[in-house]
Design a protein around this ligand. Structure first.
Ligand SMILES: NC(=O)c1ccc[n+]([C@@H]2O[C@H](COP(=O)([O-])OP(=O)(O)OC[C@H]3O[C@@H](n4cnc5c(N)ncnc54)[C@H](OP(=O)(O)O)[C@@H]3O)[C@@H](O)[C@H]2O)c1
Length: 389
């Protein structure tokens, strides 16, 4: 089959398109596995981390390696105990546990990694959201109010139409709002949580993305290039800075002392420290929740970065005993969230087809280097997808 392979770790791998990569054998499918003819594959920053070798301590690739976690396509064969899907079903999903392989014509998934593709979503869009969407739901559910809402709606989807008698205020701050995960975080707030809470969403991005982020529904957009965050995310805000910090703007210009949930899609020290320094982190019965997708410091996973990150996380968790600090969580999404992904795709993003608001940049297979460079740049807008002919 046609596949994109890499033969070694590299920051910018020498991607090769081969026609004769072994196709997964139908009769070798395990009981709960599904063979999918892939039509599109989503690209994630995680693919770049894996290809570079930076995280090989945790995810070792076997070469030649076909990268890719997310895909959409058509079911081509099913294992003996698969009951949710049949040959010919249109599906989408993400491979759990960093098991790669979607940058190819055929790919094997576990049945619980897939859902039926929403009817109005084309293959490119349906391939884009599995890993980013699952991660964002994980980040949101760290807040107890969101967790109980999700639990209720996953168990009883019909209850999604029930409105609360009184809507509580709920303020969200999304950092890195124009990227793949940030874009979904905004739609989740405005097209799901807004039905049950008085939602106010603050979104942080650079100047060129302000209009895009507004189009996703952000109530207040903060351009970080006009704040002390422009000096780098690995540095803390200096009180001596001539520019205000992001949270100083939230408190000063916008009059909000308290944010219920921070979703940090960028990482570093700056944003967490800014929340600690400039916002009130606890009210009578609630506590600011801080969900970070990215640990601070170098992206390379070594024993020393692992120890440093462990100490950072534990110390932030201990600090949360004090009302001056938020409840800190580092999200490590490993998939296996079929029901949550189904709710996101078939209920939230499909409502009024709001998924169309997220920018999708599609590349052909022979443009993989360009696609990889775009994701690697950390400046992609929305999601990047490979169309698999
Ligand atoms: N923990 C997990 O399980 C998990 C899962 C998925 C992703 N992630 C990680 O989450 C991060 C975000 O993923 P993504 O797919 O959203 O990435 P992305 O599409 O590359 O988006 C990154 C965003 O960060 C913004 N940004 C870059 N530099 C910035 C800075 N100095 N200050 C503020 N914003 C900055 C960019 O916006 P501008 O262009 O406007 O600057 C961009 O929109 C990645 O590091 C990824 O590896 C973690």
């Amino acid at each position: 089959m046609k596949a994109i392979i890499i033969e070694d770790y590299a920051e910018f791998p020498d991607f090769k398109i081969v026609q004769d990569h072994p196709k997964p054998k139908q009769d070798a499918l395990k009981d709960h596995q599904v063979l999918v003819r892939v039509h599109a594959a989503g690209i994630n920053p995680g693919d770049c981390h894996m290809a570079s070798g930076r995280v090989k301590m945790a995810v070792k690739l076997k070469f030649p390696c076909v990268l890719g976690l997310d895909a959409s396509g058509v079911v081509s064969a099913v294992g003996k105990k698969v009951t949710q899907f049949k040959v010919g079903d249109l599906v989408c999903g993400g491979k759990a546990g960093a098991k790669t392989g979607t940058f190819a014509e055929y790919c094997v998934f576990e049945d619980h990694d897939l859902i039926k593709k929403p009817k109005d979503m084309d293959y490119n869009k349906a391939a884009a959201f599995a890993t980013s969407g699952g991660t964002i739901i994980d980040a949101y559910r760290q807040h107890p109010l969101v967790e109980s809402l999700l639990k209720k709606h996953i168990a009883h989807p019909e209850k999604m139409n029930e409105k609360p008698k009184e809507m509580e205020d709920f303020k969200v701050l999304v950092i890195g709002a124009s990227g793949g995960t940030g874009s979904i975080a905004l739609l989740f707030a405005k097209h799901y949580l807004a039905k049950y809470f008085n939602i106010k969403v603050y979104a942080v991005c650079s100047t060129r993305n302000v209009e895009y982020v507004k189009s996703l529904g952000a109530d207040v957009v903060i351009d970080y290039t006009q704040t002390s965050a422009k000096d780098g995310t690995q540095e803390k805000h200096q009180e001596s800075s001539e520019l205000p910090s992001i949270c100083e703007l939230i408190k000063g210009e916008n009059g909000d002392q308290y944010i219920d949930l921070v979703i940090d899609c960028v990482g570093g020290y700056y944003f967490y420290d800014d929340v600690c320094q400039h916002l009130d982190c606890r009210r009578a019965d609630s506590h600011v929740v801080y969900s970070s997708l990215v640990p601070p410091g170098p992206a390379e996973l070594t024993l020393s970065t692992l120890i440093r990150t462990g100490i950072y996380i534990s110390s932030n968790k201990m600090k949360a005993c004090s009302k001056k600090y938020p409840k800190y969580n580092l999200i490590q999404y490993m998939g296996k969230a079929q029901k949550e992904f189904d709710l996101l795709m078939n209920r939230v993003l499909s409502e009024g087809n709001c998924f169309n608001l997220i920018k999708i940049t599609t590349f052909k297979m022979d443009e993989i280097k360009k696609a990889h460079e775009m994701v690697h740049s950390k400046r992609a807008i929305g999601k990047v997808v490979l169309s698999i002919e």
